[in-house]
Ligand binder design. Structure first.
Ligand SMILES: Nc1ncnc2c1ncn2[C@@H]1O[C@H](COP(=O)(O)OP(=O)(O)OP(=O)(O)O)[C@@H](O)[C@H]1O
Ligand SMILES: [Mg+2]
Length: 279
């Protein structure tokens, strides 16, 4: 579990805090999506969950983040990263090796994974992320999307309890984005991994996440099940979040007909709602 207690953070040299008094609990096995407009503090918050802040970033840090009971500020980043694996928004800064296979090996060896387990973990991760064919390629020869998959595969190989991903599909086409989310769902369901993902593709996110937190100006301003959060279309628009069209549709339908229409979180539900009204 991750427990965030009255967390505030101000980058060194900044005049205003970027995170303002955030408290949240992320239980084991959660699949949490974080959305919010640009500059809301999503990356900064994700960095606090993974311990990068306060360990590798200068600034004023108040409150506490506890990961499995460990206070991130009082424990070494190497110990925290055994529990929390992170894929950064800026994937380039994360990759240290020049060949795909080496990138995965680097993490596995660093974590002291026994030799006889390494090959199995490596193949599993490459296959699950769909890049087995890239195993011996140089990183320099890969596209942005392929590099993103390498970073995700490196994480999957390490099997941390908690996965934090900051816009993991930013460089990916719709098919690959869906593939990444399906993988996250499987890891969450089959291995009980906790998934926290910052994502702009809100339709896709809502299809896979159970819980949604909306950030605005350094705060979590909405937090609930996907259906609860999408139920308040007006609030989301005001915050500057692009609402999924299915939710806009059900909200408009309810308004126009005066009927009690449940919030629709995907196109199928929107179609059903429309059919029920006609039929
Ligand atoms: N290293 C830094 N030093 C100073 N200010 C920073 C730094 N990183 C981010 N900020 C500021 O903190 C605020 C929040 O940034 P952050 O990157 O966390 O937002 P975000 O929600 O992830 O945005 P985006 O959707 O664009 O990724 C912004 O105003 C940004 O300028
Ligand atoms: Mg960001």
């Amino acid at each position: 579990m991750i427990s965030v207690r009255s967390l505030s953070f101000k980058y060194a040299g900044a005049s205003e805090p970027t995170l303002r008094d955030i408290s949240a609990e992320i239980p084991d096995g959660e699949f949490l999506g974080i959305i919010g407009p640009a500059g809301a503090g999503k990356t900064t918050f994700a960095s606090c969950l993974s311990g990068i802040i306060p360990h590798a970033v200068r600034g004023d840090f108040y409150g506490a983040v506890l990961v499995e009971g460990l206070d991130t500020a009082d424990n070494r980043l190497t110990d925290i990263s055994r529990l929390v694996g992170t894929v950064f928004q800026d994937v380039e800064s994360q990759i240290v090796s020049s060949v795909v296979e080496d990138e995965l090996l680097f993490g596995l060896e660093n974590f002291g994974i026994p030799r006889d387990e390494i090959e199995e973990r490596l193949t599993f991760a490459l296959e699950r992320v769909g890049i087995a064919a890239l195993r011996h390629r140089t990183i320099a020869s890969l596209s942005g999307g392929q590099r993103q998959k390498v970073a995700i595969a490196s994480l999957v190989a390490l099997r941390p309890k908690i996965l934090i991903l900051d816009e993991p599909t930013g460089e990916l086409d719709p098919g690959s984005s869906r593939q990444v989310f399906s993988l996250l769902r499987d890891l969450n369901r089959d291995y009980g991994m906790t998934v926290v993902v910052v994502e702009q593709k809100i339709m896709l996110l809502c299809e896979f996440a159970r819980r949604l937190a909306v950030m605005s100006e350094g705060r979590i301003v909405r937090d609930g099940t996907v259906r609860e959060v999408l139920g308040d279309v007006g609030a989301l628009e005001e915050i500057g979040v692009n609402c999924p069209r299915s939710a806009l549709f059900s909200s408009l339908l309810a308004e126009k007909t005066g009927e009690d229409i449940p919030v629709c979180i995907n196109a199928d539900e929107a179609e059903d709602a429309a059919r029920r009204l006609i039929g």
